[in-house]
Design a protein around this ligand. Structure first.
Ligand SMILES: *Cc1c(COP(=O)(O)O)cnc(C)c1O
Length: 390
């Protein structure tokens, strides 16, 4: 097969003329910070997922942090999460002053294993931060049952889960959802460059998170600078500067409209990959959970080291020679130097996450790719797997 001349990037956003136009309108309007567009985006996002409240923020990291702080999680508390995530999942637990405690995964899905959560509960455990890894929901009934039994707060890291469902309910909505944090980072399924959203059905949590997201002031700038608005505000907590801008919200509103179309393309492309790779015995695919829709945020393959003469790193290099950009999601958090030095975690602590990590490669999957791009990646993976088969 002939190798392509141009490089296929790992991720790119999906942009239409409407985005360009809407952002230009906001810039011309003169109201760039949090204002009417942000509020409209919050309202539409809340309606979309079926949540009572949605608070637009400048990142998912901000949302994860706020959820914990607004719930009063702090020094002395332990929060159970997964090591198979982006570092902000556990960094934000540290930002809140609490201690992250990792639980191992189910290797067939990369998702946190509820039995492992249960095993790590102590009298200091106050919350669980499950991650809907790659776009599939965690086993939320099992996690909620553990949380109820021990009186724990559940803050879902939904960075990969815009449009994912659990038993027919979109992630971030529904009665059981206490807090969910979404990411609108440039490579995520719904992108605003930088951005995030915290959804919740808890009125008190929403109110606190809202105040904390803007310096701990009891009234936001839009209210203060509107005609008839008062200049006065009270600072009721040492809050943060976490609000979204109207420029980002204008992108978010366009992307929310495009979401069904983008999701359809992701699913169609993922099916092409699935079909091509199911024939390769050196490649293992993500197990599809029976209880929900996969948002198909990440498409990863697991390279079976015992069936190939090359390892995962070499496989990535071979793909790079085909001009294909890839990534690895994620380096287990407990292996990063800071965590090893400050939490005393070490290699061998979470064998499943470590083994999973040694096998995974994330392939490009995004709606602005063409079907030819997808087929090219599929054929390249196939050629490499066959050439280096044991
Ligand atoms: C991207 C990501 C985040 C952080 O999102 P930001 O919007 O960049 O702060 C958190 N958790 C996971 C699992 C992610 O992939």
């Amino acid at each position: 097969m002939e190798k392509r001349k141009d490089f296929l990037p790992y991720g790119l956003p999906f942009i239409t003329e409407k985005e360009v136009e809407e952002v230009s309108n906001v810039i011309r309007s003169g109201w760039w910070s949090k204002g009417p567009k942000t509020m409209e985006f919050e309202k539409k996002f809340a309606e979309y997922v079926g949540a009572k409240h949605a608070i637009a923020l400048n990142s998912c990291t901000a949302a994860l942090h706020l959820a914990l702080v607004a719930k009063g999680i702090g020094p002395g508390d332990e929060v159970i999460t997964t090591s198979m995530s982006f570092t902000s999942t556990s960094n934000t637990i540290l930002h809140a002053g609490a201690t992250p405690v990792f639980a191992d995964i189910d290797e067939s899905t990369g998702l946190i294993d509820p039995a492992e959560i249960e095993r790590h509960i102590t009298p200091r455990t106050k919350a669980i931060v499950p991650v809907h890894y790659a776009g599939q929901a965690c086993d939320m009934d099992a996690i909620h049952a553990i949380a109820e039994k021990h009186g724990l707060f559940v803050s879902e890291d939904a960075a990969h889960a815009v449009s994912a469902t659990y038993k027919g309910q979109l992630i971030g909505g529904g009665e059981k959802c206490q807090a969910a944090s979404f990411s609108f980072y440039a490579t995520k399924n719904l992108a605003t460059g930088e951005g995030g959203m915290l959804t919740t059905n808890d009125d008190e949590l929403a109110e606190r998170a809202r105040v904390l997201s803007l310096h701990g002031m009891d009234r936001n700038a839009w209210n203060r600078y509107q005609k008839g608005g008062s200049w006065h505000y009270d600072v009721v907590a040492p809050g943060f500067k976490y609000n979204m801008t109207d420029i980002a919200a204008a992108l978010g509103l366009c992307q929310l409209e495009l979401l069904p179309q983008m999701q359809e393309i992701r699913e169609r492309y993922a099916a092409i990959y699935d079909d091509a790779f199911s024939r390769l015995n050196a490649i293992t695919l993500q197990r599809q959970v029976p209880y929900g829709r996969n948002a198909r945020h990440l498409y990863y393959i697991r390279v079976q080291e015992d069936k190939l003469t090359i390892d995962r790193n070499e496989f990535i290099e071979k793909l790079s020679a085909y001009n294909i950009g890839t990534s690895v999601h994620f380096i287990p958090i407990h292996l990063h130097p800071y965590y090893q030095e400050h939490l005393g975690t070490k290699e061998g602590d979470y064998p499943k996450a470590e083994h999973f990590y040694s096998q995974i490669i994330s392939l490009p999957l995004y709606p602005s790719m063409t079907e030819e791009d997808i087929k090219y990646v599929a054929m390249s993976v196939g050629e490499i797997a066959e050439k280096y088969a044991k």
